[in-house]
Each structure stands twice: as structure tokens, then as C-alpha cells.
Write a protein that binds this ligand. Structure first.
Ligand code: SF4
Length: 351
């Protein structure tokens, strides 16, 4: 016989990313009669959020609605979006369990999110927290020891359910007291996506983002390089979420330990950078002949020359001997006539 979920129904708080695995975990529990409440974390490092922010013309605006909300709407349960950017940045800077291949602090990230989920669980009087984690699917955060570490550090022992791999893991309290039928939970493990795709079909789940590791900036090698450069050059200066946001866009040139140039690669990026112009230096080829750039820090005149040369190099006038570049901040304005930077110079400064 199937599960007998006695009344009152179990209530579970789920981490919903918008990817397939958390949608499946939710779908499975829903089928078992569990009442669901989803949480989606806005960390400031999500690529889908970013594509939405820059109005990426390759994206259908409808598809860019928060994918976790779409999953909630499809399965019929509420999903709450929590903006945790400021606190999360601290986790990224000082992860207790270190980084994965890039600057992805996956174990600390899970602990951070599950801590919040536990708070919500307690506030809502819910019984469980669940995630879509699959044992052995990802190198860092989903091997057995990591799952145990996360459970211990979050104080969620016996209350953290991973429905997709549950049969390999210790039974949670509601499984032990018979309120949740363990036999209906699954034993998926490893990297193959086939069991998940079959289950999606079975549960009628057709709305989800593609597998999710690729949607985190922290796991992206290009982003990681820029992030490390920022941390190395910031010294004791506090890094803000604007700093880390800017790392997502354009080309970055390290002019000195305290001065950087960021150029837009296309109109979308230039428009996005313009939103950060207040209080910063802006560099543009005169006559709007190309890229918009931001100058970060307090450059001296020689550094302005170098930065203007780079902006000229990416302008439509790059073949000219001299290009006029306007440099401005507030009421301060100057125009420099510069030689476009050489490829060697550009390559040597590119972060
Ligand atoms: S890939 Fe990014 S979002 Fe996912 S667990 Fe790691 S740090 Fe967190």
C-alpha cells in the first residue's frame, strides 16, 4: 500500500532553485500529501537573475521569470524569495569548508541556506526541511560526508530530507515515526540524469531550468579569476555587493592594485554599467563611437592615459592614430587624445 500520511499533514520547507532536482523532490513530496513551502535564495551570484538584469536579448522575457516561482506555480505551492546578498557575501569571502574548483563555497553555501530554512521551519511549525540533493551528483557538496557535515552543522539532524536519495541516508524523524512512508522515497545517486528525467515525465514536471551547477557565477572560472583579483587587491577595504556585481559584466583590466577599468562588450552590458556610473569615473569615445567604460579607484593622469587607450582600442575608431576619449565624474571632465592600446598591453592587463 502507498503512504499513509496521517493528519495533520506533514509540512516541509524546501530549497527550490528552479532546477530539475528540487522540482522533483517537491513533486514527489506533494504526491505523498506533504504540505510544501518553498524558499528561493537571491544570493547575488545567480546567472539567471543576472541575464534578467541585463535584459539579455537572447532570452525570452517570459522564460526569465524567476524559475523557482515557476516551479511553485506549476506544482501549486508557495515559494518565497529571500534576498540574502549581504550576509551571503561574507560566506563567500570566508568559507569555513573552503572552495570547490572555483570560488564556489558549496558546503558553506548549503549550510547557510539550510540555517535559514531551519529558521523558517521553526517559525512555521513545519516538520522537515527538504532539498533536491542527489548523493554523488556533484563533486563537492553532495558526497556522503558533505551531506552529513551539512546536517550536523545546521542542527537539522533527523529533520533534513533529501527525497531523491533518501533510501541511502539515515531515516528522518517523520520516517521513523511512520508519518512519512520511506518506501516511497527514492534511491537515486550519481551523475546520470536519466532517472530524474524519467521521474519528471512520471510526475508531469516540464518546467525547469537546465541542470543547475552552471547557473552559479561562483562556479564559473572567469568569474572566479576576477573575484580572486578583487579580493587580492582590496586588502582590508570592505568588498561590497556592487563590487561583486560588477565582476559579472564586461571586460576587466587591472591598471594598478587600486585602479581598474571595466568596459562593456555590447549595448546590454554598456547600459548595465551606466547604472553604476554615479560617483565613478566614466570613459567613452567621443561621438559615442563604441564602448562605455567605468573607471574604478582614483587613477592618476598616466593611468587615465592607459585606460583611455583601452577604451579607444575597443571603439569603432580603433584604426585611427588618435582617438578622443571623454573622461568624466560629476562636474569633472576631460578629453584625452590617445593612441589605441596595443593587443599586448590589453592582454597583459586583462583580468
Ligand atoms: S554551485 Fe553555487 S549555489 Fe550551488 S551550492 Fe555551490 S556555491 Fe551554492
Amino acid at each position: 500500500m502507498g503512504a499513509m500520511v496521517t493528519s495533520p499533514p506533514l509540512k516541509a520547507i524546501g530549497l527550490i532553485s528552479g532546477g530539475l532536482d528540487s522540482a522533483l523532490a517537491a513533486g514527489l513530496l506533494k504526491e505523498m500529501g506533504v504540505e510544501l513551502h518553498g524558499l528561493n535564495f537571491s544570493t547575488g551570484f545567480c546567472k539567471v537573475d543576472h541575464r534578467r538584469a541585463i535584459n539579455d536579448p537572447r532570452e525570452d522575457p517570459e522564460r526569465l521569470r524567476n524559475p523557482a516561482l515557476r516551479v511553485g506555480a506549476m506544482l501549486g505551492f508557495p515559494v518565497e524569495i529571500l534576498d540574502v546578498a549581504a550576509a551571503y557575501l561574507e560566506v563567500v569571502r570566508n568559507p569555513r569548508y573552503g572552495y570547490g574548483a572555483n570560488v564556489n563555497p558549496c558546503i558553506d553555501c548549503r549550510i547557510f541556506m539550510l540555517h535559514k530554512a531551519r529558521e523558517v521551519m521553526e517559525a512555521e511549525g513545519a516538520d522537515l526541511v527538504f532539498t533536491g540533493e542527489v548523493l554523488g551528483q556533484r563533486p563537492m557538496s553532495q558526497y556522503r560526508k558533505a551531506l552529513d557535515t551539512v546536517e550536523r552543522d545546521t542542527g537539522l539532524e533527523g529533520r533534513l530530507l533529501r527525497p531523491l536519495s533518501a533510501r541511502f541516508l539515515e531515516p528522518t524523524l517523520p520516517e521513523r515515526d511512520g508519518r512519512l512512508d520511506r518506501r516511497r522515497l527514492l534511491s537515486i545517486q550519481g551523475k546520470s540524469r536519466r532517472p530524474q528525467i524519467a521521474l519528471a515525465r512520471q510526475l508531469g514536471i516540464n518546467e525547469y531550468e537546465q541542470p543547475s551547477g552552471g547557473c552559479c557565477f561562483l562556479a564559473d572560472p572567469n568569474y572566479a579569476r576576477r573575484f580572486r583579483d578583487l579580493v587580492n587587491s582590496a586588502g582590508t577595504v570592505a568588498i561590497t555587493s556592487e563590487d561583486t556585481t560588477l565582476l559579472k559584466v564586461g571586460r576587466h583590466f587591472r591598471v594598478s592594485p587600486t585602479v581598474k577599468l571595466v568596459t562593456g562588450r555590447n549595448e546590454g552590458e554598456s547600459g548595465y554599467l551606466e547604472r553604476f556610473a554615479r560617483g565613478r569615473w566614466t570613459l567613452t569615445p567621443v561621438g559615442r563611437a563604441g564602448t562605455f567604460a567605468l573607471g574604478l579607484g582614483e587613477p592618476d593622469q598616466a593611468q587615465f592615459q592607459v585606460m583611455a587607450g583601452i577604451v579607444a582600442r575597443y571603439s569603432r575608431h580603433r584604426d585611427r592614430d588618435l582617438v578622443d576619449v571623454q573622461i568624466a565624474r560629476g562636474d569633472t571632465l576631460q578629453i584625452l587624445s590617445v593612441t589605441p592600446a596595443s593587443d599586448e598591453l590589453v592582454d597583459s592587463l586583462l583580468v
